[in-house]
Design a protein around this ligand. Structure first.
Ligand code: RIB
Ligand code: CA
Length: 310
């Protein structure tokens, strides 16, 4: 029986690769894609998600537009990383498939209420505004969520948008506080692990030769990696979001700890920081499996093999 998932996303080249990996994997049943404002504004993230679905020959996939701004703050975007379209690197045709009429938050609530309890895994790979709004509007869905597997946060790696905050959490820290405090079983893919999932020339060339979608994935990666290579002086860039899907397919690729993680929402200096009690120095109850290690060779082998199936 395939595992039922909903991806909540702000494409974003790395989001796009995560969506393709999910679509290429029969172990997963992608019930829908809910889009949120993040890397670029909502009109673009909801357009990009459909571009990716059509690239994968999946115009049947349901794509929903969600929240266009964080709960309590102005939107911060990341065109400096992803380009003005959010999918710079490869010119692909505008989507023909339509957005679903239903709001993404209503889709999340309705689906969680109608599917059997514990049947659905949520995979947020952008700011957590949609997920938090659904939880606030319908707290009855909390026990119905099997697990949340998200990309966000950082501890040893610090932040990537400020010295202490990772982008997805920083954009909507109030939403992150709600999600991390909801009591849903959570797996967190922070920068501590995604910064070990680095591309290289050989890995990008392997993408390029990975079937029909390979050239697009390689071109996206070529564009996306320039920011991190310049900033960190590394050979390649971290492929953040696909780590969530890879975890669902092969959890043994990752190692981490079940610890307490709280979100800073008050301090201007450390807003959006994931305060991870890695050494368990507090009595705060563990609320997340916070990943720190990855078998990066195994990750890229899995990703490349699956992409070649599309
Ligand atoms: O910090 C990395 C995260 O922010 C990724 O999800 C990337 O797509 C951006 O949304
Ligand atoms: Ca993302």
């Amino acid at each position: 029986m395939a595992r039922k998932i909903i991806i909540d996303t702000d494409p974003g080249q790395d989001d796009a690769v995560a969506i393709l990996l999910a679509l290429a994997s029969p172990e997963l049943e992608l019930l829908g894609i809910t889009c949120v404002a993040g890397n670029v504004p909502l009109p673009l993230t909801s357009k990009n998600a459909r571009i990716v679905c059509e690239l994968a020959n999946r115009p049947d996939m349901r794509v929903f537009a969600g929240c266009d701004a964080p709960l309590a703050r102005p939107l911060v975007t990341a065109e400096h990383v992803h380009g003005k379209t959010g999918l710079d690197g490869m010119d692909l045709p505008d989507p023909i498939m339509a957005l679903q009429e239903q709001h993404a938050v209503d889709f999340l609530i309705e689906t969680l209420r109608t599917e059997p309890e514990g049947a659905i895994t949520l995979v947020p790979i952008g700011p957590l505004t949609n997920i938090a709004t659904a939880i606030q509007r319908a707290p009855d869905i909390i026990p119905r969520i099997r697990e949340i597997v998200l990309m966000g946060g950082g501890y040893f790696e610090g932040g990537n948008i400020t010295p202490t905050a990772e982008f997805n959490i920083y954009v909507d820290p109030e939403a992150a506080k709600i999600v991390f405090g909801a009591g849903v079983p959570m797996v967190v893919m922070p920068l501590d692990v995604t910064h070990k999932a680095l591309t290289s020339r050989a890995r990008v060339e392997a993408f390029r030769n990975a079937g029909r979608v390979g050239p697009a994935v390689a071109s996206w990666t070529d564009f996306f990696e320039r920011f991190d290579k310049e900033k960190y002086g590394s050979e390649g860039a971290p492929l953040h979001d696909p780590c969530t899907i890879a975890y669902l397919l092969k959890p043994d690729l990752f190692t981490g700890r079940h610890i307490n993680v709280e979100i800073e929402t008050e301090s201007d200096l450390t807003l959006g920081m994931t305060v991870a009690d890695w050494w368990r120095v507090t009595r705060r109850a563990p609320n997340a499996t916070f990943m720190g290690g990855i078998n990066d060779a195994g990750f890229f082998d899995l990703l490349t093999e699956r992409l070649s199936r599309l």
